[in-house]
Design a protein around this ligand. Structure first.
Ligand code: SF4
Ligand code: SF4
Length: 303
């Protein structure tokens, strides 16, 4: 059976589509957005996070390490790539000072976790949302998961950056009941600077999804200093409105920037590129919403 790397399964989410949802986080993403909320989902491999403040200095991790490393200082580093028992140190730690992020799961195992929440979906009109990372970066896995959900009548949402091959985007997007499609910036050079990739395939894939009749809800992160200038918002609003006029009024969620992920970067020994960027004011969020609404787009604030 097809399998993939999953780094979290969060129950009872109300931010990832309609109703109460199970959010399944697939590991690995080809983008590197400066404000990424899930940096632990960027790499395609399982990894180890260290929380030195929890460490009891008991030495249990070192005893478990086949490479005789000092895991409380080195776990997850380059030397661990050769580990024949990756994560043995994590299992040995009594204080959760080491955390394994990401594990291989079969489609069946993911489905088992999803099925546990069926009563909540039925009551709330919810379902499962595949997110990440970038779910389309594990093509076979996401297609099998979406197909399995469809076969079982489970509402499936695909949360994607849209950065993938056209055929895959259309196939997965039409298998999903909803596509939550992120759009960051129209200016390609600036898009490359803040995400690491061109937006050309993303925009082409969005148009292809509309053409294929997919149920698209746009997700528009509102990032101060990056895409919150009036001219950028107006250009984006006009672009969206012109894209699929025949598909009826467009729906968009404005996702105001927050810095909740800042602590995750320090766990990974990385700097947070957004520094002390403040969250957008209520006035700035309302102004952005008004710009999109004026272009005929139905706006929701938040996910
Ligand atoms: S992953 Fe393996 S090599 Fe690395 S610290 Fe843990 S037990 Fe040692
Ligand atoms: S096992 Fe955990 S608590 Fe003990 S030394 Fe290693 S990291 Fe610290």
């Amino acid at each position: 059976m097809v399998s993939g790397i999953v780094f979290d399964i969060r129950k009872y989410s109300v931010h990832d589509g309609p109703g109460i949802r199970t959010a399944v986080f697939l590991k690995g993403c080809p983008l590197h957005c400066l404000w990424c909320h899930n940096p632990e989902g960027l790499s395609f491999s399982p990894e180890i996070l260290r929380r030195p403040e929890r460490c009891l200095a008991c030495g249990a991790c070192a005893l478990a390490c086949p490479l005789k490393l000092e895991p409380r200082a080195e776990a997850g580093g380059q030397k661990c790539a050769a580990c024949p028992a990756f994560g043995a140190c994590v299992g040995a730690c009594p204080a959760e000072a080491l955390q394994l992020v990401g594990k291989r799961m079969s489609v069946g195992e993911v489905l088992d976790a999803i099925r546990e929440d069926l009563p909540f979906y039925e009551e709330s009109g919810g379902g499962v949302t595949f997110t990440g990372g970038e779910p389309l970066a594990q093509p076979e896995f996401i297609l099998e998961l979406l197909q399995a959900c469809r076969a079982e009548g489970i509402h499936g949402a695909l949360d994607t950056s849209g950065f993938a091959g056209r055929d895959l985007v259309v196939k997965a997007g039409t298998l999903a009941d909803i596509v939550l499609f992120d759009l960051k910036l129209l200016d390609d050079e600036r898009h490359k600077a803040v995400t690491g990739v061109s937006n050309a395939p993303i925009l082409a894939n969005l148009a292809a999804l509309y053409e294929a009749g997919a149920n698209v809800i746009l997700r528009l992160p509102l990032i101060p200093g990056i895409n919150d200038a009036s001219v950028d918002l107006e250009n984006m609003a006009h672009y969206i409105a012109s894209l699929a006029a025949e598909a009826g009024p467009q729906k968009a969620h404005i996702l105001p920037y927050h810095s909740a992920a800042k602590g995750k970067y320090s766990l990974r020994g990385e700097n947070y590129a957004m520094g002390d960027t403040p969250v957008p004011s209520a006035e700035a969020v309302n102004k952005a919403a008004a710009i999109f609404e004026a272009a005929g787009i139905s706006v929701t604030i938040g996910g």
